[in-house]
Write a protein that binds this ligand. Structure first.
Ligand code: DX5
Ligand code: ZN
Length: 226
């Protein structure tokens, strides 16, 4: 099953509740919240207080993608704010096992994120702990960037590893997922499609979410909440 995970990074921040509701009507089933600190990535966005407000605005799971240094320091605050899924970067976590355990201990679903230049095989040992693996298909920090094609090989490799190990984590992709790339990512094996610009960029999130899911369906994959 393939699901659309709209990223609010490209939404109108003054009208987030309406933007999210529209993306949900268009078929989005999880809301992706990009948290950036100006250190790990060269951009800043939002933190737990905004997540707490979003929690009141939608019933959909809130998927917080932490692009921050020292994520351990903030995990309790995201739990308190009502985050459902929390993903952390391999590149930001010297003690990744501990960080993933901490997310789970706070009642949230842990995910691990790999930058384009980070090899999939490096996370082999922690795969049994994760709810999802997020393959970045752009360098994190900004919406609206071009999809990096070699990341498709990483999605394929991860799908192979998952079946070799008999695990059930989800494969998620983030960055440049749009009308012209969505068929590639779903055919490579991605199931959770994060999309910011392609959903919110033109100001028609309901229409554009629906169109993106339709393009995935035409690529031959079943759509729906798993
Ligand atoms: C980038 C973020 C993405 C971003 C994707 O650092 O992690 O979630 O919103 O944006 P698009 O879909 O516009 O490439
Ligand atoms: Zn993201």
């Amino acid at each position: 099953m393939v699901e659309l995970v709209p990223s609010i990074l490209s939404a109108d921040f003054a009208h987030l509740a309406e933007e999210i509701a529209a993306a949900e009507r268009g078929g989005g089933t999880v809301i992706h919240v990009d948290v950036m600190d100006g250190h790990f990535v060269p951009n800043m966005t939002l933190g737990p207080p905004v997540v707490a407000s979003l929690r009141k605005a939608t019933e959909l799971p809130l998927d917080c993608h932490l692009m921050i240094d020292n994520p351990n320091e903030f995990i309790p605050a995201f739990a308190e704010a009502g985050a459902d899924w929390v993903s952390v970067h391999y590149e930001a976590c010297p003690h990744l096992h501990r960080t993933l355990q901490m997310i789970a201990d706070h009642g949230m679903k842990p995910g691990v994120v790999l930058n384009p230049a980070t090899r999939v095989d490096l996370i082999f040992d922690i795969l049994p702990m994760v709810h999802h693996v997020l393959i970045m298909s752009v360098n994190p920090g900004f919406g609206g960037q071009d999809f990096i094609p070699f990341t498709l090989n990483k999605i394929r490799r991860l799908a192979e590893i998952r079946s070799e190990l008999g695990l059930g984590f989800k494969i998620k992709v983030d960055g440049g997922v749009a009308h012209d790339t969505v068929a590639w990512v779903v055919q490579a094996g991605a199931e959770l499609l994060v999309a910011g610009n392609a959903v919110f960029g033109a100001g028609h999130p309901e229409r554009d979410a629906r169109a993106l899911l339709e393009a995935a369906r035409k690529a031959g994959v079943p759509i729906g909440r798993s």
